[in-house]
Design a protein around this ligand. Structure first.
Ligand code: HEC
Length: 137
């Protein structure tokens, strides 16, 4: 009896934290960009990135930006980490030439190609910090 009573608050706390984790994970990966943003990103990607990263983001001279290798390399990091690289180092031929909104569009496209679902609100620089790179589906 005593044991049960002692364990109940613990069980409640565990259930509550499990629920919280599920909720925050889904908040981080579902609907974090808009379809329009990804479409704009696709155009930029085709013009400025696909010659090195591939039409399907499969990687050519540059590394793959979608698929299992990309996921395992970036798993656990956030879209803000990707944003840093794209902002300061890409495109490799003209680093730092994309405007902040263009970087966000390209990131939205990369998320879309990695099966993140589109939503009603656009990806913003602030939001990238809370979007974890995790395998979708
Ligand atoms: C001239 C070829 C070239 C172009 C154009 C180019 N990249 Fe890259 N990109 C690379 C190479 C090479 C690397 C690896 C650099 C390294 O590891 O130091 C890279 C790395 C990256 C990475 C980090 C990937 C990883 O797993 O380390 C991202 C993200 C990225 N590029 C995005 C872009 C985007 C977005 C564009 C278009 C705006 C772009 N790149 C244009 C060649 C290119």
């Amino acid at each position: 009896m005593k044991l049960t009573r002692a364990l109940t608050p613990l069980a409640v706390a565990l259930v509550a934290s499990a629920a919280f984790t599920t909720q925050s994970l889904s908040a981080q990966s579902s609907g974090v960009y808009t379809a329009a943003q990804a479409k704009a990103g696709a155009a930029i990607f085709t013009a400025q990135c696909s010659m090195c990263h591939g039409d399907k983001l499969e990687g050519i001279s540059g590394p793959a930006l979608a698929g299992s290798d990309f996921m395992s390399k970036w798993s656990g990091q956030t879209v803000d980490d990707l944003r840093d690289i794209v902002t300061t180092q890409m495109p490799l031929t003209s680093p730092g030439s994309l405007k902040p909104a263009e970087v966000l569009s390209v990131l939205a496209y990369i998320l879309q190609q990695n099966k993140y679902p589109a939503g009603d609100t656009a990806l913003t620089a602030a939001k990238t910090k809370s979007v974890k790179i995790v395998k979708q589906g």
